[in-house]
Ligand binder design. Structure first.
Ligand code: ZN
Ligand code: ZN
Length: 337
């Protein structure tokens, strides 16, 4: 009925067709060109102990509907509540090291998500010795553990190595320089091809299997014509994030952060306490900024602050003098890329 009515008014009919075409192209864009947004939320930004303003270490990385935690300090699951993040979506936990301020929240989190009836598989990654630490954690309280958990002990040295490869992203790791074996992690979104929809429309390529093939990087033949993937797609580079956990200033931190979009790095001390930082195997904010600068990173977020600093202005200024694109991480801040 509506269609007949539109036919009676040619201009309305044309506009309606234009709107339909636009909707169709938007749909194709979403189907073939849209990237999954990478984002992460700071769940804790204090070192050693929680303060009124800051919880201990934990970051929730969100990609393609999956949550990954980088460390899980005490109180992480409550912080997830506060941030509106569904704990049941956690599929992987990347443990940097087994100091309590980075792992004490694991048991509580496992108990909570293990209470669900549905099968949940959880992968836990950590340095050598993680299986034993994890077994002790499980024995520390009484509960009916129903989760399917696999602990992956990562055997890497001071050279960065790929430790996980999935369809859309990779995780790399490297050994840092801390008082116990400590890993730094790098999230790498894979490059993808964006379809030139107008070009394809001109060439008369119909959406469907040919689109998928072109998007996967193959040339196709359509109506007797050879169509090269490079002519009808553009490469979109994936995002990279480095998580530099507790460490002294070291070459591995720079390697981990090389050319990343964002580096998250510990900055336990201010520049005045460089000796202390060295002694306890941590970094000053200046040193974190040096890492970002030497690595050619685009942005730096400082975290893991000592509770001795009531204001972080000094740490921030010191770092900005070395690397202007430095930001202070606060609990529940979300960074979108
Ligand atoms: Zn720590
Ligand atoms: Zn530590």
């Amino acid at each position: 009925m509506r269609f007949v009515l539109l036919e009676a008014y040619p201009l309305l009919y044309v506009n309606h067709l234009k709107r339909l075409r636009l909707l169709f192209i938007t749909h194709l864009n979403q189907l073939y060109s849209a990237s999954s947004m990478v984002k992460f939320t700071f769940l804790g930004t204090s070192s050693m102990v929680p303060t009124k303003e800051r919880n201990v270490s934990g970051i929730c990385l969100e990609y393609d509907g999956e949550f990954m935690l980088i460390d899980c300090g005490e109180g992480t699951q409550r912080q997830m509540n506060m941030a509106g993040l569904n704990r049941n979506k956690v599929k992987k936990i990347f443990i940097t090291h087994w100091h309590a301020d980075h792992v004490a929240g694991i048991m509580g989190l496992i108990q909570t998500i293990g209470n669900k009836d549905n099968d949940i598989h959880l992968d836990i990654y950590g340095p050598k010795g993680s299986q034993e630490h994890f077994d002790h954690l499980l024995k520390a309280s009484v509960f009916d553990q129903q989760l399917d958990i696999v602990v992956h002990e990562i055997d890497v040295g001071e050279e960065i190595k790929k430790i996980h490869d999935s369809k859309k992203y990779e995780i790399w790791a490297i050994m840092l320089n801390h008082s116990t074996p400590t890993l730094g992690y790098r999230f790498v979104e894979k490059d993808r091809r964006k379809m030139k929809l107008k070009e394809l429309e001109k060439l008369g390529v119909p959406p469907g299997p040919l689109f998928s093939k072109l998007q996967r990087g193959y040339d196709v033949t359509c109506k007797g014509k050879k169509i090269k993937t490079d002519d009808v797609t553009t490469i979109v580079h994936g995002k990279k994030i480095a998580f530099v956990a507790d460490t002294r200033f070291c070459q591995q931190a720079i390697e981990l952060a090389t050319d990343v979009d964002v580096v998250v790095a510990e900055a336990t001390y201010s520049g005045h306490e460089e000796e202390k930082a060295h002694q306890f195997k941590h970094m000053t904010s200046q040193q974190s900024a040096q890492v970002a600068s030497m690595a050619g990173a685009k942005k730096l977020y400082l975290t893991h602050f000592s509770q001795r600093y009531k204001s972080l202005n000094e740490l921030h200024e010191e770092a900005k003098n070395v690397f202007p694109e430095t930001f202070i991480a606060n609990d529940l801040n979300t960074v979108k890329l």
